[in-house]
Design a protein around this ligand. Structure first.
Ligand SMILES: O=P(O)(O)OC[C@H]1O[C@](O)(COP(=O)(O)O)[C@@H](O)[C@@H]1O
Ligand SMILES: [Mg+2]
Ligand SMILES: [Mg+2]
Length: 349
């Protein structure tokens, strides 16, 4: 009979990969796993648990918050607060950073940036949603950790991952030594290793973008979409279009089958929509660790300077060859910093 390996066992086993590890990161990943199970329980019975619908509040991005956004945010912050390994939480749902000053967290070394519920527009319609997390070690050594500890580049991440609440619930993460996926077995309440050493195919035939905004995309992006739709059997085109409205779900599919997910810049959102610190950087770290690629169309996501916690970035992420092709089209038809970047774009009246 195939032996199972739980997330907890795997984390402890892999601790040996990090010579100076004292178990703090292991405990932090454990805490994230616990909160994920609690959120999963509510997501699974959302229709019954009176947790669907709007919360009536708006977050820093000006987006209406869903009840589940708030619930998931509370669960992750509470698990990180009582776990004792986290000193600051940066959350999509909190305007300001959450500084954890309680007894157990006095020596906490880690900063956690989190998108508690990704794909919020899908909550009420039972389409897969997720959670995205990114972990940094604080740089400052004296006193309370500061905003400077938060504004680190993606290359400084210690660990990153996501949870997808879909037909099954999975937790996929990296600590910089490859990517592993765990499936929640509800009968034992454990995440069990189901996808060891995940590798993203270099090539794919699925592209993922909200084509409803086509008129607002720069020429380079329009040209790449057209490239995906051309008939050419040699290169397996036309590609298939898939867009769920949940970045986690679209990227999980690309990780397993190959593909590219794009949320470009537009004339009215030159930096796109997605947030660098708790959406783009963690997914970029994970995808690169699985052999894929992530850029803002011009530069590597992980090397982008982080100026503020809720900063946005355009993103082109997925199978390496597909991201290279998209970058090639953008460089050719929308060279960076030139007016041509948005030529042909119909601006919003
Ligand atoms: O509806 P749009 O503009 O295509 O945006 C969908 C994208 O926005 C997101 O929902 C943003 O994430 P949140 O739901 O966490 O705000 C992504 O998951 C998704 O890919
Ligand atoms: Mg999100
Ligand atoms: Mg969210």
């Amino acid at each position: 009979m195939k032996s199972i390996k739980t997330l907890g066992q795997f984390i402890i086993e892999k601790q040996a990969d990090h010579p100076y590890a004292k178990g703090e990161l292991s405990r932090l990943l454990r805490d994230i796993g616990i909160a994920a199970k609690i959120v999963n329980r509510e997501v699974n019975k959302a229709g019954l648990a009176n947790i669907l619908g709007d919360a009536g509040s708006v977050n820093i991005q000006g987006e209406g918050q869903k009840m589940l956004d708030i619930y998931a945010n509370e669960q992750f912050i509470s698990a990180l607060t009582s776990g004792g390994e986290c000193c600051i939480v940066v959350s999509e749902e909190n305007e300001d950073c959450v500084y954890i000053d309680n007894e157990v967290s006095q020596d906490a070394k880690y900063i956690v940036a989190i998108d508690p519920l990704d794909g919020s527009s899908n909550i009420d319609v039972n389409v897969s949603v997720g959670t995205i997390f990114s972990i940094y070690r604080r740089k400052s050594t004296e006193g309370r950790a500061t905003l400077e500890d938060v504004l680190q580049r993606g290359t400084d991440q210690i660990a990153a991952g996501y949870i997808i609440y879909g037909s099954s619930t999975m937790l996929v993460y990296t600590t910089g030594k490859g990517v592993n996926g765990f499936t929640l077995d509800p009968s034992i309440g454990e995440f069990c290793l189901s996808h060891p050493h995940m590798q993203m195919p270099k090539e794919g035939n699925i592209y993922s973008i909200n084509e409803g905004y086509y008129a607002h995309f720069p020429d380079g992006v329009k040209k790449y979409i057209k490239y995906c739709q051309v008939e050419d059997a040699k290169t397996h085109r036309p590609y298939t279009s898939r867009y769920t409205g949940s970045m986690v779900a679209d990227l999980h599919r690309s990780l397993v089958k190959g593909g590219i997910y794009m949320y470009p810049m537009t004339a009215h959102a030159p930096l796109g929509k997605l947030r660098l610190v708790y959406e783009c950087n963690p997914m970029a770290f994970l995808v690169e660790q699985a052999g894929g690629k992530a850029s803002n169309g011009y530069e590597r996501i992980l090397e982008l300077e982080v100026k503020e916690p809720h900063q946005r970035s355009a993103i082109f992420i997925g199978s390496e060859n597909m991201v290279n092709k998209a970058e090639e089209m953008i460089a050719c038809f929308s060279p960076q910093g030139t007016k041509r970047s948005f030529e042909g774009v119909v601006s919003i009246q």
